[in-house]
Design a protein around this ligand. Sequence first.
Ligand SMILES: Nc1ncnc2c1ncn2[C@@H]1O[C@H](COP(=O)(O)OP(=O)(O)OP(=O)(O)O)[C@@H](O)[C@H]1O
Length: 245
Amino acid sequence: MTVAVDLRGVSKRYPGGTVALSGVDLAVRPGEFVCLVGASGCGKSTLLNLVAGLDSVTDGSIEVDGGRAAFMFQEPALFPWLKVGQNVEVPLKLRGVGRASRRARARELLETVRLGDVVDKRPHELSGGMRQRVALARTLAHDAGVLLMDEPFAALDAMTRDALHDELERVWLERNLTVLFVTHNVSEAVRLGDRIILLASRPGRVIEEFEVEAPRPRRLDSPDVAALAGRVTERLKEEVRRHVG
Ligand SMILES: Nc1ncnc2c1ncn2[C@@H]1O[C@H](COP(=O)(O)OP(=O)(O)OP(=O)(O)O)[C@@H](O)[C@H]1O
């Protein structure tokens, strides 16, 4: 398969009649980092949920290389009564991995996100940024080649978010992952994405794509990033005005 995630003519109508997506075609290449941006309510989360298999399409088809994807949300959603290492072990336990290998693997994944020294702590002892890194390690424990991320850094302060961008970019490159990343933050999309997909609402559909050519690693405040973020934002505003007007 030369496509990691393949959406063809995907439409989603919710019971009650809202058409959240209409005729969405999107082919994500293996190893590609694709960011989805668009105004509130344009169907970004719906699209990720469909790719994750949490909900089913009304029309069209979705194929995911390897058959499944791992999901990471805005809230880390760690189990507070479990230690950090045990939280990362959860997906491994569900797959029936034995105790000793589970432990070793959880530690290795925590080391990947530079948290090898907090294996035995509880989530409440960590900062928000650290908790989100634990959530990333737990997502990696699913061993899926495709990562779906729904505004994973939206609740973090700017400096922590910056550090997490570096962290995610490193892990993505090291592990050759394919990422589909939803964000409201256009600069974040330009900082991280190989490609930005702009969605419009009512019904949600793809209206434009932007290739991000700036070399990595990018800085949020670099002129290249700011220039493209400006273009994407302009296009987004046009679309919002079209709806209001
Ligand atoms: N379970 C549901 N039942 C009915 N309508 C829904 C459901 N989930 C989402 N919708 C509607 O579908 C549309 C798309 O919602 P979705 O959450 O996918 O958008 P979004 O782009 O992720 O929004 P935001 O950026 O605000 O998170 C919205 O009009 C929303 O009200």
